[in-house]
Design a protein around this ligand. Structure first.
Ligand code: KG4
Ligand code: ZN
Length: 345
């Protein structure tokens, strides 16, 4: 089965073609970072307009790369939510229209399920069950994963997401958007511990997170004075160490509490080098395996949506739009708790 995946939930237009027999046949991505950078964050209306311009040319590019005609596609998967309503409507609208035009089923995918399943696209995929740490710009969640669609929430952030903490700290340090990679780059030349930042909720007796206090502490540190480039690098290193320290500690706690031996990390922040190193070190120390997505699949992309769509359709899920769907149209879900997903396997 060949599934075309369309991701337009935020500031990346991602298109990919996944084949259940041959794997990824083609993928293309357009990042809007340069367009939003001057505003210090994503401008929703600009995002939607840009997605409209990109979806079809990128789809043509992917089909060319794969060397197949649109008539060879078996199904279309698009991101149904969560995300920016206008941006989601572009992918869902174009995906559904293509499905009607080509006489195909279309399936709406939960963006975080896409992230969560993306490590299964790697050469050494994790087996179920496992604990997943989902860390993106909008989410920081620990989930217990028994199978596709069988997700139990173990812990969540009470305020800011981990990616948001990186982004806001970066802004306070005068770095660009997105903040995660910028902090990480600056942190490489710094030493954590020279500035002291709190590790929020590190000692709390649960699996929840809180990062808004960190932002306030960074603001205080910046006001107190970051006299030179070395001091800025030291503060960036401490920000990274604080966020990563809490993520690692809570992930290990989740593994201990559930008795699972596998941890899957996904979402934009899973690209972070310090997080990968520290979890790698923990897995060498303790009896556990840590799985990350391929670096190119950490941030938003079409491959994870095509892949999740293929798994769901293969398992007999009902299409949400196009041929075989219960409704004669489509919908998007800008807010969509992951626990509401229907189990598949
Ligand atoms: O998953 P994603 O691409 O989009 C959302 O669904 O939110 O995640 C974007 C987030 C941003 O907050 C960005 O700063 C963060 O991931 N990020 C990183 C790194 N690369 C991206 N954070 C820390 N280190 C990185 N290397
Ligand atoms: Zn994402």
């Amino acid at each position: 089965m060949k599934v075309l995946g369309i991701e337009t939930s935020c500031d990346e237009t991602g298109i990919a073609l996944y084949c259940t027999e041959r794997g990824l046949l083609g993928q293309a991505l357009h990042s809007q970072i340069a367009m939003h950078e001057r505003y210090g964050g994503v401008v929703p209306e600009l995002a939607s307009r840009d997605h409209i311009r990109r979806v079809l040319p990128l789809t043509r590019q992917v089909l060319e790369q794969a060397g197949i005609d649109a008539s060879a596609i078996d199904a279309i998967a698009y991101t149904e939510g969560p995300g920016l309503a206008g941006a989601l409507l572009v992918g869902a609208g174009i995906g559904t229209s293509m499905a009607f035009a080509l006489g195909l089923p279309a399936i709406g995918i939960h963006h975080l399920e896409g992230h969560l399943l993306s490590p299964l696209l790697s050469a050494d995929p994790p087996a179920f069950p496992f604990v997943a740490l989902l860390v993106s710009g909008g989410h920081t969640q620990l989930m217990q994963v028994a199978g596709i669609g069988r997700y139990g929430l173990l812990g969540d952030t009470l305020d800011d997401a981990a990616g948001e903490a990186f982004d806001k700290s970066a802004q306070l340090l005068g770095l660009g958007y997105p903040g995660g990679p910028a902090i990480s780059r600056l942190a490489a030349g710094g030493t954590p511990g020279r500035h002291r930042l709190p590790r929020p909720m590190l000692q709390s007796d649960d699996l929840d997170f809180s990062f808004s206090g960190l932002k306030t502490a960074v603001l205080t540190a910046v006001r107190r004075g970051v006299p030179d480039e070395q001091s800025r690098a030291d503060l960036a290193a401490e920000v990274e160490a604080a966020i990563v320290g809490v993520l690692v500690a809570k992930s290990l706690r989740a593994l201990r509490e559930t008795g699972h031996e596998r941890l899957v990390v996904a979402g934009g922040v899973s690209a972070n080098r310090r997080l990968r190193e520290q979890l790698g070190a923990a897995s060498a120390r303790e009896r556990l395996r840590v799985h990350f997505p391929e670096p190119a699949l950490c941030s938003d992309n079409g491959a994870m949506i095509a892949f999740a769509g293929a798994l769901r359709l293969q398992a007999g899920a009902t299409p949400t739009a196009g041929v075989g769907a219960a409704i004669d149209g489509f919908r998007v879900r800008p807010r969509w708790p992951m626990e509401e997903l229907a189990p598949v396997v």
